[in-house]
Design a protein around this ligand. Sequence first.
Ligand code: ADP
Ligand code: NA
Length: 345
Amino acid sequence: PADATVFSMIQPTGTVHLGNYLGALRPWQSIQDRAAAVAGGPRVIYGIADLHALTVPKRGRAAAATLAAQRREAVATLLACGIDPERATVAFQSGVAGLHTELFWQLSCLAPMGYLNRMTQWKDKRGGDPARERLGLFAYPVLMAADILVYRATHVPVGDDQSQHLELTRYLAERFNAWYDCDLFPLPQTLYCGGGHGKKVRSLTDPQRKMSKSSGDAMSLVYVTDSPEQIRAKVRKARTDSISDSFYFDPEGRPGVSNLLDIVAGLQEVPMATVERDVAGLRDYGAFKGYVADVIVEALRPVRERYARYSTDTQYLQSVVDQGNAAATEIAAENMRRVRDVVGL
Ligand code: ADP
Ligand code: NA
């Protein structure tokens, strides 16, 4: 629709895995491409949440150097995954002239402590340890609301793990509008992104859990930048089951096999019935896992190749970010002028 703005953000912490790719970055790419195909289509902004990366602060100079490197890698990874700076604005949260944090403050002044206190992210992340109960960790959902509202975004593509944050964002947008008697903020809609078939990609070594960078087990995830050899080794080690002569989709009974089939269906963008037909002739795990690994290796080939090209081209990465930060700042600055006007600043 006219005046629509799509916004989403990813943290610059750690390499992007198949779950992030199928559940976030590939949907981002297709949204960006569909938006570009429509004359006057929605504006698309993808952010790198480098301020959010500080909610779990790391100490010292070495940590600062790591964060700086991860921020560059995040840009290279977005481009590798098909985000096109001609079609989408790529910006750092910290690169938008303090405007995210200014709106964060405005929203903080309206955000009820009780609401924030009930959010599962706070219950999960404080971990019962008073030393970790820091204001930033408590308040970051308000920063996330500011990230979205500073662009007056109308659509936010995220996984279902983010639904509580989007609810808070809508709550704060409504509260701001009501408080200052204005209609400045649209209520952003959630565009749900799943994994393969709208579900989570699961850990290769423990299919009861989702694939996650925080699992602590390198064999449990495939990174989009893994070499073909690494991909093959991880798929070979994936946990499956004792039915070794036929391969079909049964997420309850055969979670490991079903996860691999789901990954194939997701990467090939075909229905599960098509994948089941394609693997129907395979009669042992060697052949099945070889097939799955081939599909992953091929599907990620363009990502790997683009990553190899961009990740060392620091000049190009810098130019993408400079342009993206400037474009995002222009939009956010106009919106913040309106916010200040409404508030009396
Ligand atoms: P992680 O769980 O590895 O820490 P994040 O929480 O940073 O990943 O998630 C980044 C994005 O990737 C989110 O939009 C999230 O919904 C999506 N995502 C993460 N893990 C998966 C998964 N296993 N399957 C599908 N989507 C996922
Ligand atoms: Na997570």
